[in-house]
Write a protein that binds this ligand. Sequence first.
Ligand SMILES: [Zn+2]
Ligand SMILES: [Zn+2]
Length: 327
Amino acid sequence: MQESAKLDQTISEQWHFHPQLPVGFYPFFEWPPNLKNWLSFVWNYWLQKSDRTIFLALSFFTFYLFMPSMEAMSKLTSDWILMVAVRDLALFLIVTGGLHWWFYMRKSQGIEFKFDTQPELKKNKLFSFNDHIYDNMFYSIVSGLPVWIGFEVLLLWSFASGSIEIYQFSDGWIWFCLWFPLLQIWQSFHFYWWHRFLHIPFFYKLFHAVHHRNINPGPWSGFSMHPVEHILFMSSLLIHFVIPSHPLHVLYHLYWLVLGTVSTHSGYEMIWLKGKNLLTVGSFFHHIHHRYFNCNYGNPEIPLDLWFGSYHDGSEEATKKMHGKFI
Ligand SMILES: [Zn+2]
Ligand SMILES: [Zn+2]
């Protein structure tokens, strides 16, 4: 469908499903602060089953069951690095393959809660192996995974060898707990700026176009990026060199980045099972970015898009306003 034709369509014609509009931001920067919105956010995202609580549980699971000893990690040796690589690969394949299998192979919920039902280009010479999914798998596994493992090994080794001091729960439980939710705000800030930078046409063509070949993303699209973009994407982890952290914070940060991007690109709002929302997975905010390109560079954690004029709230008016405006 031509972009110009979309401009005359109503929202319900443009999308098969969309969440309640406007697609807004979380309440952290609302002024004046609204207690009801804060309580609702904490309840929905931190006190119930959500991507955040699952990644948090997963961080503890990995830390206590699949973490090499601090003594082993104090030296850069292949045995523990290999163990980290194998567990990361396994986790990535389970989550990404699992979501792809659920939505696109088993077609478990058909098009229920799918944002966009237009078929993706599948067989096309544009893609490695002439296949879109294989192409996304290639970039994710051959480029993304080594960058993920590289940052993780660098940080774990730095903790274990004493280059970074480990901030323990006993050093201050308030900071220890607060750093988990604050990490998302930091990541959002970092993401907005490098992402907007990669939309400068010169850099877009060189690096970011790889990710944007996904117009209507699915789980394998999320971590499919050019190696330079992978490094920029994961570089938010360097914050742990300067802000007091524990390896649990690093694991959580990694899962938020990698598994979070897989989930938010799934193309569906939620996993729907037996008439119930099993888990909210998609990000309509970012899905809009994949369709219209020149808007919603950040995510709903910080309203940077609102403050810097690139916010698309999902409405027809916003589409018309954005049309033709490339940054
Ligand atoms: Zn994306
Ligand atoms: Zn982009």
